[in-house]
Design a protein around this ligand. Structure first.
Ligand code: ADP
Length: 445
């Protein structure tokens, strides 16, 4: 703590300084000259230290003060202390800003600080990715000149930031972002944008799903309702028509039951926990059983079925899910291939992996449909009362069941020539050869 310079202290100091001069002046009979000399010397002394002070403040690079004398020691110390205090404040402030920026960069959202007039003060890296801002190039530019989406401009100009808006990202058109604005510090705004592409996709899927299910149920229900109205007055209905009504209602009820079962299966597969794959699955046996199960469906078609099965090729997986995959692919091949058609089913090693393939010489699938086949309810034949009467859920179930086995459905098809559906199980799910004896079966069913 420096000395406190009250008027009394200053006066006493001056008196101590002048006393010897006054004494000598009085002795020599030149009091005024001695006084003037003393004051002149004091003035020169002060100017000397003022000069040292300005050199230190303006020219010196060091924070350390020059050595002073008397009152100047306290002045130099006082300034030095204030400078030190400011320096440490500045340091902690810049650490704080650095931390804020690091935190903003670590955020999974885009963040932009705006002034009251909408000019950009700061933006993090995700803002460049989501909003296409350039930092620091776009500093000082109005946000509405950088994001020209009419929905955003309207939102910003309206000034009601109590709700968020969802729009396409100006940087990536396939990305949907949710933009929120909130008052921040003094007359500033913080713009937060987060990627909601997945969320909006899920929401769209949910809406499509509900619409599809209701649409699918509407047709059989309308048919049944029509017949039931007719049956209300049985005396008006000839026996032949009554039989047809019962037959059709049965078919529609079966269709609805099928669909509900498939939906339940799809949701079971989708929501099941990741597999540990400790269960050994005898896929050759599973193919054999599936062929027996579809024998009724095959009856009228008289298909020729060629099998290339490695009966030693066993895998680890979920037998129920793999059975569903085989059954769906097999039923489709039988359903869509006209009578006397030819089917080839193979289950063989491909290097260290295992491949299942089912080929038919049916109608084939146009390339425009191929990428969409595994979507729920997607059918090529949109006629819901078609002879094949599918639900469009089968391949969607196959896709999910295969995903659980780190595999995916492959399709090779040419319209008019036929289709080959296949999947490959990865090496880690194939039972090693040393543990199973290889043997090959080639049969015609
Ligand atoms: P669906 O219940 O309609 O059979 P899927 O999801 O199993 O539903 O199949 C989707 C569509 O793919 C079917 O509507 C059908 O048009 C087509 N498809 C599937 N398998 C074959 C095949 N082997 N040959 C020709 N078209 C097929």
């Amino acid at each position: 703590m420096g000395k406190h310079y009250t008027l009394r202290v200053i006066f006493r100091g001056l008196l101590f300084y002048l006393a010897p001069f006054l004494l000598v002046g009085w002795y020599l009979g030149a009091v005024w000259q001695a006084l003037s000399l003393a004051l002149l010397l004091k003035l020169v002394w002060h100017y000397y230290f003022i000069n040292r002070l300005t050199t230190w403040l303006w020219d010196s690079r060091t924070l350390l003060p020059p050595t002073g004398r008397g009152v100047w020691t306290d002045i130099f110390d006082g300034i030095y202390r204030t400078l030190r205090r400011n320096q440490s404040r500045q340091r902690s402030l810049s650490t704080l800003i650095k931390r804020f920026r690091q935190a903003s960069e670590a955020m999974p959202d885009a963040a932009v600080v705006l002034k009251e007039d909408g000019t950009v003060t700061w933006a993090n890296k995700l803002a460049q990715l989501y909003l296409g801002l350039q930092w620091p190039g776009d500093s000082g530019i109005r946000i509405t000149n950088l994001i020209r989406n009419p929905q955003f401009v309207k939102f910003f100009k309206a000034g009601d930031f109590s709700h968020a808006i969802t729009m396409h990202s100006p940087a990536h058109h396939v990305m949907d972002i949710e933009v929120r604005l909130m008052p921040y510090a003094d007359n500033q705004y913080l713009l937060i944008a987060r990627d909601v592409t997945q969320l909006t996709k899920l929401e769209r899927m949910r809406k499509d799903f509900v619409a599809n299910v209701s649409h699918e149920l509407k047709t059989p229900l309308t048919v049944m309702q029509g017949y039931l109205e007719m049956i209300e007055e049985p005396e008006m209905l000839p026996a032949k028509q009554l039989n047809k009504a019962i037959h059709d209602m049965n078919a529609q009820a079966l269709r609805m039951q099928n669909m509900v079962n498939q939906l339940l299966e799809l949701s079971r597969i989708e929501s099941s926990a990741p597999e540990s794959f400790s269960e050994e699955v005898n896929l050759p046996q599973l193919i054999e059983q599936s062929l027996e199960e579809v024998s009724l469906l095959r009856q009228d078609k008289d298909h020729q079925i060629e099998l290339h099965i490695d009966s030693s090729l066993l895998v680890y997986g979920n037998a129920e899910k793999l059975r569903t995959v085989i059954m769906n692919l097999l039923t489709n091949a039988i359903k869509y291939t006209p009578a006397q058609g030819h089917l080839t089913i193979s289950w063989l090693r491909r290097h260290k992996s295992a491949q299942f393939k089912i080929c038919d010489n049916g109608p084939g699938i146009d390339p425009i449909h191929q990428s969409r086949l595994t979507e729920r309810f997607y059918r090529i034949d949109a006629d819901r009362n078609s002879a094949t009467g599918g639900t469009g859920l089968g391949l969607s179930i196959v896709k999910h069941a295969l995903e659980a086995h780190r595999s995916r459905l492959e399709l090779d098809s040419e319209p008019g020539k036929g289709s080959c559906f296949s999947f490959v199980l990865p090496p880690e799910l194939v039972k090693p050869l040393a543990l199973s004896k290889p043997s090959m079966e080639q049969t015609d069913h």
